[in-house]
Write a protein that binds this ligand. Sequence first.
Ligand SMILES: [Mn+2]
Length: 382
Amino acid sequence: MSPEIKNLKKAAQRILRAVKKKERIVIYGDSDLDGVTSVIILDECIKNLGGKISEIYFPDREEDGYGINEKALFYLKKHSPALFITLDCGIGNLKEIKTAKKLGFEVLIIDHHEVLDKIPEADIIVDPKQKGDKYPFKQFATVGLVFKLSEILFKNKMSEYLRRNFLELVAMATIADMMPRVDENERMIIEGLDYLDSSWRPGIQALFGLEDLKSLSLLQRVNKVNSVLNIRDIEDNLPAAFRLLTTSDKKGAGELAKLLLEKGFEKKQRIKEIILEVEEKVFSWEEEPIVFEGSSDWELVFLGVAASVLIKKYQKPVFLYKKSKDESQGSIRAPAGFNAVEAMKTCSDLLITYGGHPQAAGFRVKNENLDKFKERLFKYFR
Ligand SMILES: [Mn+2]
């Protein structure tokens, strides 16, 4: 028998039991496209199996930062005891998962980020990068893992209709998360892209029907749509991508797609400004091994994109952070060959949380530790 993704079956069995016994279920998902589509697939699975979700929660990255936060946990406490499922929220929230358990939640983590020195004390963890996972392919986006979970949930008797609905989302989010197009990812992407043109989702119809996209190739259109779906626009605590990809209202979908496209132009402008400010701040592009800059005026949600542009230009790791009153939160992008997560492991005593992928990661740090953190990173990358 070929090896399986560690704990995936266990996770499926636990969810099926919760559905059967009508237990309360809370889904806590990251608000990027990988997180959002993971939530949509799991939600639609559970509904189709006859279960019900008590609440879907997405942290607002600008306000709450990345991952699980305690404020959200206390807000969600009203559902406890419940099965608490986190999707694409990382695997670094040791303290917060402890709090969740104390509040009476049973915690199931499904994630694909790099595993740090310690893993949280969750009841079940699915992450192909964890110790003891013998599944040969490790490069899934979270949405790919959730799709594989859905196949087990339906005991391989998923309707063709659902399968198509899920795979179109898997294809879009695997591309958005920049997971390598190889092996199982490539197979899911090829099949999923094929379904996009005949999608029943009004949101997908509206996005791919936008006038601005008409002259583009399929892959260019997907990339454009993905960037539109990444725009921060929250209503009733739900990110635009979730609202747009789940709505059955055709007219509303068209309007929201247009609004997001416009917001995208403004975002582009703002990112350009931030990049210029970074370039002014850097003391010496030649001598400094990395870029490490921050400001209280920058929007955290734009820093990842700004950093991506800067690494292309300068070919060195870029750490950008938004400074708040006591803490700062940052986004990192690193060129191939560098590893941002390994670098931060050597500074973990200075950080509140950190995590991500070698080429794209994030951190939270007390302002009083910013200088030390920077110093140690300079040493590490020299
Ligand atoms: Mn992801």
